[in-house]
Design a protein around this ligand. Structure first.
Ligand SMILES: CC(C)(COP(=O)(O)OP(=O)(O)OC[C@H]1O[C@@H](n2cnc3c(N)ncnc32)[C@H](O)[C@@H]1OP(=O)(O)O)[C@@H](O)C(=O)NCCC(=O)NCCS
Length: 175
């Protein structure tokens, strides 16, 4: 597949993207060893992301990157994992199809996401990456994320226990 990225369009996911986003998750999780998650699971959170795309009141968004009609990546932000007490914390995930990596698409998605973050009611962003996932760590650090902690041997991938790095960044809060 060619990887011409001259014409990357970033937008909120829409209903007709559903199967393409799920296919992308399946492809990336099956080939990527440095990811915590497995195949798509229809959790209530993911179902809302895919059906609503963005909700300012509840603080979530799913942005997709489209190149020549193909969805080649996405980033999602969800907040309030524990309810109102951490509603100000947006957790970020990002995936780019292998053939389209290292072409700036991940950066473009995160840039757009950061623009939306204040309106989504988040003042802190978090992300978790497997310790050996240097590319992902580099990408988040480029956008101001810092290491907040390490969960040692948090995942078992194949025969190996691997650490998970917790990253976070804080956005200016309104006075
Ligand atoms: C992490 C990921 C989203 C990055 O997307 P991308 O489109 O390749 O990102 P970009 O091209 O915008 O930027 C990649 C950056 O990492 C750098 N990079 C690439 N490989 C690297 C490596 N092995 N070590 C360190 N940095 C690396 C690139 O040089 C670039 O840096 P720069 O912008 O300073 O030049 C993509 O690799 C991916 O989907 N990985 C699998 C899923 C994943 O790990 N998601 C993160 C967990 S939520």
């Amino acid at each position: 597949m060619s990887a011409n990225t001259d014409d990357v369009q970033v937008r909120v996911v829409c209903h007709s993207d559903r199967e393409r986003v799920i296919d992308l998750i399946s492809t990336v999780t099956s080939e990527e060893k440095q990811l915590q998650t497995g195949a798509y699971q229809a959790t209530p959170t993911w179902e809302r992301l895919l059906s609503e795309g963005i909700c300012y009141e509840d603080g979530f968004v799913l942005l997709v990157a489209e190149v020549e009609g193909h969805i080649v990546g996405f980033t999602r932000l969800t907040s309030g994992a524990c309810g109102p007490k951490d509603r100000h914390v947006g957790n970020v995930g990002i995936v780019i199809q292998r053939e389209y990596r290292s072409k700036g698409i991940g950066s473009t998605l995160l840039e757009e996401l950061l623009h939306l973050t204040p309106d989504l009611g988040c003042s802190k962003l978090t992300a978790e990456v497997i310790a050996s996932n240097e590319c992902s760590k580099h990408l988040f650090e480029k956008f101001g994320f810092q290491v907040e902690g390490v969960r040692h041997q948090q995942f078992r991938i194949g025969d190996e226990y691997v650490d998970e790095i917790l990253l976070a960044t804080w956005l200016p809060t309104e006075c």
